[in-house]
Ligand binder design. Structure first.
Ligand SMILES: *Cc1c(COP(=O)(O)O)cnc(C)c1O
Length: 392
């Protein structure tokens, strides 16, 4: 098919819930992609942080195909080795106690919210189901995770939303105290607000929230759907913040390209879900779980150190260009936000870069880079050269 044929078919038969960039991606290798006409692109998106080992990674392919020829799906009514192994690997590296798997970030967060409310119900009874989240957060697109998302623009059209969320300002303990109450069971945070613009929370604020949670017997819920699984240069971002969550959610990068996600609970929360209280048909699918096991095996200390080094390199290189349309960079590891200035929008700059062969993302009012964590020096330099030539 030609690009025009694909585009016409898509326009006619696909719901227009996205305004797509004019590229039909055909295949990839590492952090390089080719479109339907054979034009090459450097990938600074990894499909929004999903293809964590890059495209068509040999080890990942072996793990996925090895499982696919044995068993694709059997449901959670039976044991499978990949599920148990992925859960064990995650817990052993996070000091968490047990796991439950889902298929996406929103679903993982739904599970986390359900767990918090049931934990509180089991201990205190009704009337203590409110979760405090932060302004400018993003927690997903289901009705409940939209309600959890602290941005007004996500609170239109779909009424009635799920009750029981209140919003505080990031890095402002007074505003957290201001929305506290006898009805609260948990605080839910992204440690680096991703969709909101790649805004890392202050370490001091996060530790004070953790202290307040301990004092009030609230659960500390950390949404690591974007920051988790190596993205920030540690397996989970909470490991850089000196805190231990009660529950943490993850998704995007966990299975290197397959739909997968889940939650990890600590000792206090490990028995909240009993048979029949939460479930999913697809969650923990053996192929995705086998992919997750492979992703976790690859993310050893050296791998994670390289993520920090690459993130530092990309940020300093962009800042040294001192381009008129790009401002300060921020983020953690290979989760990088870049301020846009000088009159053009982030969407306009992204469209220019994509046209010249570099896929990038936007977040808030800035640009966002989430390259595959395996991106090579050469691919980073090719991407940086496109930025210099296009925006310089
Ligand atoms: C992407 C994202 C989600 C939603 O994940 P989906 O897989 O799109 O449902 C939730 N929280 C955060 C922090 C995210 O970045």
């Amino acid at each position: 098919m030609t690009f025009e044929e694909i585009k016409n078919l898509d326009e006619q038969y696909v719901m227009h819930s996205y305004s797509r960039f004019p590229v039909a991606v055909d295949h990839g290798k590492g952090a390089t992609l080719w479109d339907i006409d054979g034009k090459a692109y450097i990938d600074f998106t990894s499909g929004i942080g999903v293809a964590s080992l890059g495209h068509a990674d040999e080890g990942w392919l072996k793990a996925v195909t090895g499982q696919a020829v044995k068993l694709a799906h059997i449901s959670n009514l039976f044991y499978t080795a990949p599920y148990a192994q992925a859960a064990a690997k995650l817990c052993q590296r996070t000091e968490m106690s047990n796991a439950m798997f889902a298929n996406s970030g929103a679903e993982a967060n739904e599970a986390m919210i359900k767990l918090a409310r049931k934990w509180s119900f089991d201990k205190y009874g009704k009337g203590r189901g409110t979760v405090i989240t932060l302004h400018n957060s993003f927690h997903g697109r289901t009705i409940t995770t939209l309600a959890a998302t602290g941005q007004d623009k996500f609170h239109d059209y779909f009424f009635p939303f799920t009750e029981g969320f209140r919003y505080a300002d990031a890095n402002d303990m007074d505003s957290v105290e201001a929305v506290a109450g006898h009805d609260v069971c948990a605080v839910m945070l992204e440690l680096v607000q991703g969709e909101g613009g790649v805004l890392p929370l202050d370490r001091d604020f996060v530790q004070k929230v953790a202290d307040l949670c301990a004092k009030r017997d609230w659960l500390l819920l950390i949404d690591e759907v974007q920051t988790g699984v190596g993205r920030t240069g540690t397996l989970f971002a909470f490991q850089q913040y000196g805190i231990q969550p009660d529950v943490v959610s993850f998704a995007k990068g966990i299975a290197g390209g397959l739909p997968f996600g889940g939650i990890l609970a600590n000792e206090k929360c490990k028995h909240v879900f009993s048979p029949g209280t939460h479930g999913t048909t697809f969650g923990g699918n053996p192929i995705a779980a086998a992919a997750a096991c492979h992703v976790l095996e690859r993310m050893n200390e050296d791998f994670l150190a390289s993520v920090q080094k690459k993130g530092h390199y990309l940020r300093t290189q962009v800042e040294e260009m001192a381009l008129p349309c790009l401002g300060a960079t921020r983020g953690l590891g290979l989760m990088i936000g870049i301020e846009v200035k000088g009159g053009r929008t982030n969407r306009e700059l992204a469209a220019l870069l994509i046209d010249r062969g570099l896929l990038v993302l936007t977040a808030g009012s800035g640009l966002r880079f989430l390259p595959p964590l395996t991106i090579t020096q050469e691919e980073m330099d090719q991407g940086l050269a496109i930025i210099r030539e296009t925006l310089g």
